[in-house]
Design a protein around this ligand. Sequence first.
Ligand code: ADP
Ligand code: MG
Length: 298
Amino acid sequence: ATPTALLVGTGRGAQMGILIKGPEVLESTRRVDTVVLDKTGTVTTGAMSLTGVHTADGADEEAQTTALRLAGALERASEHPIAAAIVAGAVDRAGELPEVSDFTNHEGLGVQGVVDGHAVLVGRPRLLEQWSMPLTGALAEAVETETAQGRTAVAVAWDGEPRAVLVVADTIKPTSAEAIAEFRRLGLVPVLLTGDNHAVAGSVAAEVGIDPEVVVADVMPEEKLAVIERLQAGGKVVAMVGDGVNDAAALAKADLGLAMGTGTDVAIEASDITLVRGDLRAAADAVRLSRRTLGTIK
Ligand code: ADP
Ligand code: MG
């Protein structure tokens, strides 16, 4: 294509809310055959809400409030969509939250810190396992029943013991299913990639029309990168769409990285294209635009 055509193409993209970093990006966009989608914040709104609290000793309201207070205080220091849901729920039920010291973020796993003199850990059950605190009994059961229903279970431990399971639920963006149907029409294979558990990933995939064979769940941020590399080694030309800090490496490694404009700055910087409105349909629009601009529309 001529430089003028490329300029017109990127200009047209900008009008559609598709910010393209440079003229060469249109060529990689045209060649893509596989679209890897992050789940939380990309296919789903990421606007989660707290839907339940389970404690080790049944429905003890005081224990629930304590768990919320400690977890909420810690999550105030995190940018994760799950953290926002827990903070909102905690403020609602426990009021003002205490200060945190010695805060550590374990990307893709959870958070750790000291609250009210307690050493607190909040995150995936796997995070607690790493600290030799596997969930047992009522808490393990709570994780199983909640995740089977497509909700995300967040474990809470303090002073060396697992004490609660908080439950958060997300909503699928109303435009995601349509975007995925559009990818297929363009001949692209959609893949779902998430750090969330298999049950949640499977229920989201089913709802938006992604085949269960191409759902990759329960991965760590560095494994997201490995999934991209594996697809590329298999000869695929891979686009990755994501929004989080945990997606940045995969976005940079993909043949084409697309960040949700509603996502983190780190994801936007790592990407070739920003989808300003955070609407997945714009990713399909970008592919169509590149094919049209480069004169290869079928
Ligand atoms: P995704 O790939 O869906 O965007 P992440 O890789 O960011 O998810 O996180 C993977 C999982 O780690 C989450 O589903 C959640 O269970 C857990 N997690 C990550 N950060 C936090 C946090 N701040 N608080 C609680 N849980 C967290
Ligand atoms: Mg995400």
